[in-house]
Design a protein around this ligand. Structure first.
Ligand SMILES: [Zn+2]
Length: 148
């Protein structure tokens, strides 16, 4: 397997079932991106955009995802950043570092989302028959708030 050092991006409404290696599919509508693991293992990596998950930076030509992508649940355990359509590989992380990183993540979510239960961050597996759900935006919440 060859580690990829660059990706291209594609803005899509739905992430296609057959994804191409080296393409990051970005759905603004679903606030999610997906790509095949940059190590070449073929695993699908889904990176939802939320205040405590990933952020997408689009500079008009390239995309960056922040923070890094740590595929600890895959055999490859690859860890890399996607920055300006380049893949920056991280050093190998020990189990302790992975656990510490997960714990930080959990704490961040806890602080951000409590007392409301955290939303599901699993990938939406969209199909064409699905109408996109209205995101629970601040506006949706405000509308509910002002409704008598
Ligand atoms: Zn991989």
């Amino acid at each position: 397997m060859t580690r990829r050092t660059a990706v291209t991006h594609e803005f899509v409404q739905f992430v296609p079932r057959e994804m191409k290696e080296g393409t990051v599919y970005v759905s603004i509508e679903y606030a999610t991106a997906a790509h095949l693991c940059a190590c070449g293992c073929g695993n699908k990596v889904v990176t939802p955009f939320t205040p405590t998950d990933w952020k997408l930076i689009f500079d008009g030509e390239t995309i960056s995802l922040d923070p890094s992508i740590g595929n600890w649940s895959f055999k490859c355990r690859s860890h890399y950043w996607i920055q300006r359509n380049r893949v920056e590989w991280a050093r190998y992380w020990s189990d302790e570092q992975i656990a510490a990183g997960r714990e930080r993540d959990r704490q961040a979510k806890k602080q951000y989302f409590e007392p409301v239960p955290p939303p599901s961050v699993s990938s939406p597996e969209p199909s064409n028959s699905d109408r996109p759900k209205e995101p629970d935006s601040i506006w949706a919440r405000l509308r509910r708030f002002f409704r008598p």
